[in-house]
Design a binder for this molecule. Sequence first.
Ligand code: RNT
Ligand code: ZN
Length: 421
Amino acid sequence: MKEQQINQAFEYAKTRYTELGIDVEKALTDLDKLSISLHCWQADDVSGFENGDGELTGGIQATGNYPGKARTIAEVRSDIDKAMSLIPGEHRVNIHAFYGDFGGESVDRNQIEPKHFQSWIDWAKEKGYKLDFNCTCFSHEKSADGFTLSHRDAEIREFWIDHVIRCRKIAEEMGRQLGSKCIHNIWIPDGSKDLTIDRSLYRQNLKDSLDKIFEYKTNDEYMLDSIECKLFGIGSESFVVGSHEFYMGYGIANKKMITLDSGHFHPTEVISDKISSLLLFATEIMLHVSRGVRWDSDHVVILNEELQAIAQEIIRNKALDRVHVGLDYFDASINRIGAYVIGVRATQKAFLQALLEPIAQLRAFEANSQNFERLALLEEAKSLPWAAVYDYYCLNKGVVAAEAYITDIQQYEKDVTSKRA
Ligand code: RNT
Ligand code: ZN
């Protein structure tokens, strides 16, 4: 698409939105505030860089064997840089503990320290990214039987408590050095394939472990804690210790942020409808935007109805500054850099659509019980020229507009990823 074309289409879009009382420039300023946390684990199928066998366990799976997966930290960073160059705006990178820069040494999870993440911090500083962080309580011999913080064995629980506290300290250091609060998210795989009798024992253990973890007080200028629930995983179909009720209760009672992952509920249950409830009781929330398909919770994010609903709920609630948006999916069957770019651009488009909604008019219809009018305007809003506004946003940010990123990624594949054995 030519620059002139983009500008012309934008001018038309602006006129159209103005007719509806919508300020396009304001929408663009707001969109620019949406800093999306890009998960580092799409680049290498959640393998990490420890010295082990790298087998992914914990009820999550990256299926597919598309060539070109990142094999080193340098390759992950290069792929993320490439993806970032095709995404307008300023964003964050979400790192997992097993992506530490261990320099070829075996460093167990209860030995990691901020120094193992200094090269990530330096890279982020250089590129202008902010960082988020996660403890890694899976793909490890001490999680092999499916339990970590809720384990029956106190020694195993202690190991993981130690790991998570270390991770919170690392997150604190990331936030301090980068001058932006780092969110440390706790997700554990704990659960079982089949009927479990003593559910309360595991949940009591998890509660006690979390209490111990949070006894270490971090500086909340530098980091924020979040906890993530799940309904079921692969191999933990019948019981998951950290259910929605568990973390919702724990988070509200202990003032910890709750992470809602869009793939972590019953296939017909959506997180968009949880946002307005949660925001009444929590100051901030974290999202793992994903796309569940049947049994899988982690397909590449696309511009579907639920993504649009998530964005609408945040914008209609004026909660852009209270909801942290991160992505979480891993598709090993397509070009992995392409997977990043598709997901982030889809998320931005959903937010832009929401920012361009004729909300005042819709609210007025609703208050007047004009429900036909409300539905009709919602339908019309879907086909307003928001895409022209997104193209213009890309152009303004010096990023290729529309489908042009496809050839860019093909070129990177040709030059870089296809050469990886
Ligand atoms: C797993 C959770 C969790 C992970 C990452 C790798 O179901 O969604 O957030 O995807 O920690
Ligand atoms: Zn998640």
